[in-house]
Design a protein around this ligand. Structure first.
Ligand SMILES: NC(=O)c1ccc[n+]([C@@H]2O[C@H](COP(=O)([O-])OP(=O)(O)OC[C@H]3O[C@@H](n4cnc5c(N)ncnc54)[C@H](OP(=O)(O)O)[C@@H]3O)[C@@H](O)[C@H]2O)c1
Length: 334
């Protein structure tokens, strides 16, 4: 028997149900079966469960894009994996490398198309996984597939000595703080909480700012020399400050919508300063493998804020929604 959480009748945290079912059929040709050990939550998972991400999705399905586990069975024709290998699921398993395409992005985990990771056993195509870096626990590793790959992709081209601005202290932001430092960049972090700013400084942040007190933080960052790259997770509520913060010729990586979706953008700042706005959608399996090589080489340890038990998933979502976390919120699955 194996347990899994499903979004059953309709959207909403109240419609999450922990079900115990017959064991899933063994892996078919080209597939592996993975005993999931740990998952992590992303803000996207919260939007999906609430029905705010894509209300056209059909229930029931298993939520969560991010899972870490161990191979327990290997299907015919699979050479890449053996029983006992530690693996991590890719966010978009059909995006193996190269450019994003509609088809590659449509098949994404944590949705009805590719299914989710919040299950004790997941059977899926063998090429939709990457090896877990040896030095990481399952919980640490489970933080990587969405938030960290997104941060890695958003930092593409950042060079040693450059300045990166990171907004807030959630999953993407703290991964970006850590990964930017691997590249030799110095990082400015904005956060509404004193305790979180201190933790960010403890992780090596060069400067921290309170975006609730210093509402013109873009100007403050410009006064510090400007940011070569902005990790923009706020969206409508932050993008115009980001355009003030970024240096001439710099880039704003458009990632999130924590502070709204529709914005009036000061386009003169974009064109007169030669600023690039680059939309980011997580990344490919190749991006994931490349990031993991950097994480392993530097023995980087992703930040796990709190681990909830498998039967505490609704509490974990409620905790994420409160925004009290620093880094990532995880679930111990099995
Ligand atoms: N495009 C992609 O591929 C992609 C991938 C992953 C995530 N995302 C998006 O990126 C965003 C972040 O995701 P996440 O999983 O990292 O979220 P998260 O962990 O829930 O982040 C929450 C934190 O964001 C900070 N925040 C909230 N409003 C803010 C604002 N106005 N200015 C600055 N910081 C603010 C807060 O930090 P403090 O408490 O420190 O103030 C809060 O604790 C979401 O919109 C998500 O959908 C997009």
């Amino acid at each position: 028997m194996s347990r899994q959480w499903q979004l059953r009748e309709a959207f909403g945290l109240d419609n999450l149900e922990l079900r115990t079912g017959e064991p899933t059929a063994g892996p078919g040709r080209g597939q592996i079966a993975v005993r999931i050990r740990a998952c992590s939550l992303n803000y996207r998972d919260l939007l999906i469960v609430r029905g705010e991400y894509d209300p056209r999705m059909k229930v029931p399905f298993v939520p969560l894009s991010d899972g870490a586990g161990e191979v327990v069975a290997v299907g015919e024709g699979v050479d890449e994996w053996k029983v006992g290998d530690r693996v991590l699921g890719c966010f978009a398993p059909r995006w193996q490398g190269g450019e994003a395409t509609k088809e590659r992005l449509r098949y994404a985990r944590g949705t009805p198309t590719a299914g989710g990771m919040l299950a004790e056993l997941v059977v899926a195509d063998a090429d939709g996984w990457v090896p877990t870096p040896d030095h990481l626990s399952d919980e640490q590793a489970a933080t990587l597939p969405c938030a960290a790959v997104t941060a890695w992709n958003a930092l593409e081209g950042v060079r040693a000595g450059q300045t990166v601005l990171v907004q807030g202290t959630g999953g993407v932001a703290i991964a970006a703080l850590q990964l930017a430092q691997l590249k030799g960049a110095r990082v400015i972090v904005t956060s509404s909480q004193q305790a979180k700013r201190e933790r960010a400084e403890g992780l090596g942040a060069w400067k921290t700012l309170d975006y609730t007190e210093d509402t013109e933080w873009g100007k403050t960052v410009a006064g510090l020399g400007g940011a070569d790259r902005v990790i923009e997770v706020g969206g409508a509520g932050t993008v115009n400050q980001s355009l003030r913060a970024v240096r001439v010729g710099g880039q704003v990586a458009i990632i999130g919508i924590l502070a709204g979706v529709k914005a009036d953008i000061a386009l003169t700042k974009v064109l007169m300063n030669g600023v690039s706005l680059r939309g980011i959608m997580v990344g490919s399996r190749e991006d994931f493998l490349q990031m993991n090589r950097a994480i392993a080489a530097h023995e980087m340890e992703p930040v796990v804020d709190r681990v909830f038990a498998m039967d505490e998933v609704p509490d974990a979502f409620a905790y994420l929604a409160r925004g009290a976390h620093f880094g990532k919120v995880c679930i111990r699955v099995s």
